[in-house]
Design a protein around this ligand. Structure first.
Ligand SMILES: NC(=O)c1ccc[n+]([C@@H]2O[C@H](COP(=O)([O-])OP(=O)(O)OC[C@H]3O[C@@H](n4cnc5c(N)ncnc54)[C@H](OP(=O)(O)O)[C@@H]3O)[C@@H](O)[C@H]2O)c1
Length: 268
């Protein structure tokens, strides 16, 4: 369908937010290429939580912004969970509000966080079957591991996997990862996954983005693992490349609700 006007994405920043600069630049580049407009709203590092939440409510009411994202990390005195609670689900381009995360749990995803969505898109694009496969995810964050595990379990075309989630308290992790048909590393530990973590032919998806010895590397030691894996995503150039596109895809889905297509816009 065609929209009546270019969608407008809000990029909300508190303070310098230097850790998110790479992410922000990627979104800006993608927006320019695709004709999506964006506005950046910057707030000072010292803004109090209550004042920031009031600003969020103003953005919810701002008709010029169709959807928005709040760059993380926020200063330590502002709780990201509180912020997500205040974002209108109708403007939640990152799918991080309790409503949108809850809809995943209920098996009715609407707006999916971009990183789990990127993994689903990779499976679809490269025709990697997920149904009945043993999928092991390392990491249980609210942004990545947790929603992804739930999505892959759903009774959907892209789901029906048997999912195991590992985290920092998991014992003998290699015994678990070696059973994986598909291994997804989303832990934030540079080059953690080595050749002896995987079974031959496994699909390896590396979500990690880590600065290591002055270079961006994943959670998987690509050079060590690549000849044993059936398929593997590189870092950089893998999952991360797609996420900025998917924020804009979410934004368009949000815009479609205005034309009464909201229910249809639910993810597949
Ligand atoms: N490609 C992208 O677009 C994209 C987007 C978002 C994030 N990322 C990257 O993905 C990585 C994960 O991000 P995140 O936000 O999910 O991180 P996070 O919130 O720090 O969560 C890390 C998860 O990994 C687990 N973990 C840490 N060390 C472990 C270990 N030694 N063994 C097993 N599990 C371990 C943690 O366990 P506990 O729960 O027990 O602490 C936690 O569940 C980071 O490198 C981040 O930069 C990439």
């Amino acid at each position: 369908m065609s929209l009546k006007k270019p969608p407008v994405l809000g990029i909300i920043k508190v303070g310098e937010c230097s850790d998110a600069l790479f992410y922000q630049r990627g979104i800006e580049r993608t927006a320019k290429k695709t004709g999506v407009e964006y506005v950046i709203r910057e707030f000072p590092e010292k803004i109090g939580q209550e004042d920031f939440l009031k600003e969020i409510q103003k953005i919810n009411r701002n008709k010029k912004i169709d959807g928005y994202i709040v760059l993380l990390p926020l200063p330590s005195h502002i709780s990201p969970e509180k912020v997500f609670e205040h974002i209108s689900p109708n403007k939640d381009a990152e799918g991080m509000t309790p409503y949108n995360l809850g809809k995943i749990l209920l098996g009715e995803p609407v707006v999916i966080p971009p990183t789990p969505l990127a993994v689903l898109e990779i499976f679809e694009k490269y025709e990697i079957p997920v149904k009945s496969k043993n999928v092991v995810i390392i990491g249980r964050s609210k942004e990545v591991g947790m929603p992804l595990a739930n999505l892959l379990m759903l009774k959907k075309e892209y789901g029906n996997a048997t999912v195991t989630v590992c985290h920092s308290k998991t014992k003998e992790i290699k015994k678990i990862t070696k059973k994986a048909d598909i291994l997804i590393a989303a832990m934030g530990k540079a080059l953690f996954v080595k050749r002896d973590f995987i079974k031959k032919g496994a699909v390896v998806i590396d979500v990690g983005i880590n600065l290591y010895k002055g270079k961006i590397v994943g959670d998987v030691d690509f050079e060590d693992v690549k000849s044993k894996a059936g398929a593997i995503t590189p870092v950089p150039g893998g999952v991360g490349v797609i996420t900025s596109h998917l924020i804009l895809k979410n934004l368009i889905k949000i815009c479609e609700k205005d034309s009464g297509r909201w229910q249809k816009a639910a993810y597949r």
